[in-house]
Design a protein around this ligand. Structure first.
Ligand code: AMP
Length: 453
């Protein structure tokens, strides 16, 4: 899938960009898109000065009514890339019965975030947005739907419930947006998505966004998109502003290691990912006891408690959010300085999603992963995806464990990110004190790295 990096290539009759490439002071701003003055005001009020690459590439096609397949991580600005075209379309056609646009998202947090961004962009219009997701009382959602919103942002389950009760009808939808389609697939939502799509008018515009493209999502895209404009903003590559590091450690020493890192690094705001809900809860309690402003975010919590945790973390009442993978995608919190994989994620995609919570909006970010011996295969896969070796590090006073070097050993690839710790040479597989280690042992690790995974 090739990216079209040329912002002007398929403008589809929209006003041509006026940017003067010969004049270095000229910039390509939002005024070059066919967006009404109310939307331009909304964009300015949000402080957006220049479109992000995904916006430059997707907006012209979407504004011209084309389907779009957007391959983009969260944090790239994809919400505005689909929100602006739907808002412009609604404004251009004038008042009509709705809802006229449907955004489907996998998690409540993402749905709430999308609604907030659409509402902010639409601040100077009369367009109304209703947000629909489970886990909370249906009362306010019914009220929002009865106010005749032009746009509905929904998670699949609650939307189907409300459709079943005749509270929402989708027969006037002109634009469908499926956001985080890969995540919806992971969560088992594809059958729900098919049922929702079956209730929509056949004639409509479709915008599908996904950070990764498993074959099931490719199949869905093939079925619903017509001659889509494909926009690929290096979806599987981590942001370059992120510094990655691996900390090989015994399971029982992870808490001590985390404490040391939180104390030593200037950790403004950290998300710590654990494998299970139980571990997230317990670790947040442990950190709290040792004086951190920590809070858990995991699926066993009530929606109100999840909202309190997210809100408190956004507003910096908490410095550490200990979360399961429900916080791995879509969530946009400014200024997250660290993502710590307390437990290695289950897949390379999950690694990409988790670390995408930091290094956003060109800010520097750190992605630290605690690894035990059993994580080595997944580390190799992640390094293969990244095309680079993740530097191994250790913290004084916390014993490291031997950990194979992976890709750099076989291919001499460059370490990833901007490591600040000591460089890890060939003789130092992960703990920086292996100089006296017998060669045969290292050779064994290397064999494992190429044959065992
Ligand atoms: P998203 O990938 O849609 O979650 O966007 C990530 C963050 O970037 C959000 O906080 C947006 O408000 C912000 N954003 C989107 N577009 C722009 C832009 N053109 N300039 C500055 N910030 C933006």
């Amino acid at each position: 899938m090739s990216a079209n990096n040329h912002p002007t290539r398929d403008f589809h009759g929209s006003r041509p960009p006026k940017s003067d490439q010969s004049n270095p002071s000229s910039r390509f701003g939002f005024e070059h898109f066919d967006l009404g003055p109310a939307l331009q005001r909304g964009i300015a009020a949000l402080g957006f000065e220049e479109p992000r690459p995904i916006q430059t590439q997707a907006l012209p096609a979407a504004l011209a009514g084309r389907d779009v397949l957007g391959l983009a991580q969260t944090g790239t600005g994809k919400t505005a890339a689909f929100a602006l075209p739907i808002l412009q379309r609604i404004l251009a056609a004038g008042p009509q019965p709705g809802p006229r646009a449907l955004v489907v998202a996998p998690t409540r947090e993402l749905a709430a975030q999308i609604s907030a961004e659409i509402a902010a962009l639409a601040k100077f219009t009369k367009i109304k947005v209703a947000t629909v997701f489970g886990g909370v009382s249906v009362f306010r959602q019914r009220k929002a739907l009865s106010a005749k919103p032009e746009i509905v942002v929904a998670c699949p389950g609650r939307l189907l419930d409300l459709m079943g009760q005749g509270i929402v009808r989708l027969n006037r939808i002109e634009t469908l947006i499926l956001d985080e389609a890969d995540h919806m697939f992971d969560m088992g939502f594809l059958p729900d998505i098919r049922r929702i799509i079956a209730a929509l008018p056949a004639e409509r515009q479709n915008l599908l966004f996904s950070a990764t493209m498993p074959k099931e999502i490719r199949g869905l895209a093939d079925r619903i998109l017509r001659d889509p404009k494909v926009v690929d903003v290096e979806h599987s590559k981590p942001l370059e502003t992120i510094e990655h590091a691996l900390y090989p450690v015994e399971s029982g020493r992870k808490v001590a290691l985390l404490e040391r890192i939180l104390a030593a690094d200037e950790t403004a705001s950290a998300i710590v990912f654990t494998r299970t809900k139980h571990r997230a809860r317990r670790l947040a309690q442990q950190l709290e006891r040792s004086g951190h402003r920590a809070v858990a975010l995991q699926g066993n919590m009530s929606q109100a408690a999840r909202d309190r945790a997210m809100d408190g973390f956004r507003k910096r009442r908490f410095d550490v959010l200990v979360a399961t993978d429900i916080a791995a995608r879509g969530i946009d919190v400014q200024g997250v300085s660290h993502v710590v994989n307390f437990d290695m994620p289950n897949t390379t995609d999950a690694y990409t999603h988790r670390i995408g919570r930091t290094g956003r909006s060109n800010n520097p970010g750190k992605a630290y992963t605690f690894v035990t011996a059993e994580d080595r295969c997944l580390v190799f896969q992640v390094e293969q995806r990244l095309g680079a070796t993740i530097p191994r590090r250790q913290v004084d006073g916390i014993e490291s464990i031997p950990f194979p070097l992976g890709r750099s050993d076989d291919r001499g690839s460059q370490p990833l990110g901007r490591p600040q710790g000591r460089p890890q040479g060939r003789s130092s597989p992960g703990n920086g004190k292996s100089n006296g280690r017998p060669r045969s042992r290292r050779a064994r690790y290397r064999r494992t790295s190429t044959t065992g995974c």
